[in-house]
Design a protein around this ligand. Structure first.
Ligand code: Z5A
Length: 230
């Protein structure tokens, strides 16, 4: 299995690029599994609703509760979906966010101790981390205005059915946090990329969708397994 994750702030283009990447990988004959966080399991989908409900209600859940719900969703994803297939040599997993998002959002964003988050991540992931992670990097203002543009252009019902798979009508309302919150998250992702330069590739996500997609593909293509039936 080759495990690839896409990370970055809201509206950086992760969902768009995940779809492009899956298409390109599948065109080689490899099997590709696309997952998103939180989600991609029954429990994950329920937890996503819970987190969203808390963020849109007057009484937001505690930051530790939020951390545990993201971790619970991840544990289900790894235990039930990715883990059982991890020995498949022909499989490529493309994850729209993964454990690094928790370090960036709950750690750098919310201020929970980073080492504590890393321990919780290790438990939730069973130490399964991506082989390759793309940081789609763009100033928060650009990403958030993209997302707001999407919300303005599409009626909520249409958004539910749109292929954005991952962008359901609810949104998670993190875009309503302060500019400083999003800057801390961006810094967090950069710090993570600096700490593990072999795993991370930083991509300038202010460019065109095609240019970004080509950069990602150039980094992925040489890492792909050769299909068993090739
Ligand atoms: N979260 C957390 O706190 N802790 C965790 O552990 C995890 C997550 C896993 C998930 O919300 C929220 O949960 C997330 C972090 C938090 N909130 N924030 N911020 P979500 O799944 O609803 O949202 P998201 O993950 O941030 O995804 P997104 O908002 O959908 O953004 P995206 O996937 O990066 O972007 P996109 O959907 O591909 O594109 C958005 C729009 O921009 C769309 O109209 C595109 O056509 C357009 N776009 C994309 N690329 C470009 C370029 N290059 N140029 C111009 N326009 C573009």
């Amino acid at each position: 299995m080759l495990f690839i994750s896409l990370e970055g702030g809201e509206g950086a283009g992760k969902t768009t690029q995940a779809a492009r990447l899956v298409e390109r990988i599948e065109s080689t004959g490899l099997r590709c599994l696309r997952v998103r966080e939180p989600g991609s399991t029954d429990l994950g989908a329920e937890l996503r609703k819970l987190i969203k409900r808390s963020r849109t209600s007057d009484e937001a859940m505690s930051r530790a509760a939020e951390l545990f719900l993201f971790a619970a969703a991840r544990s289900e994803l790894v235990t039930k979906v990715i883990g059982p297939q991890r020995d498949d040599p022909d499989l490529v997993v493309v994850a729209d966010r993964y454990a690094d998002s928790t370090v960036a959002y709950q750690g750098y964003g919310r201020g929970i101790d980073i080492e504590t988050i890393k321990s919780i991540n290790a438990l939730a992931t069973n130490a399964l981390m991506p082989d390759l992670t793309f940081l789609l990097d763009c100033p928060p203002g650009i990403g958030i205005s993209r997302v707001r543009g999407l919300q303005l252009q599409m009626p909520l019902d249409a958004m539910k059915d749109a292929d954005t798979l991952n962008r359901d009508a609810e949104g998670m309302k993190f875009e309503e946090e302060s500019e400083e919150f999003h800057q801390r998250i961006r810094q967090g992702f950069h710090d993570l990329a600096t700490q593990e330069p072999n795993r991370w590739r930083v991509i300038d996500a202010t460019r065109s969708i095609d240019a970004i997609s080509d950069d990602i593909w150039n980094a992925v293509r040489d890492r792909l397994p050769v299909p068993a039936n090739a």
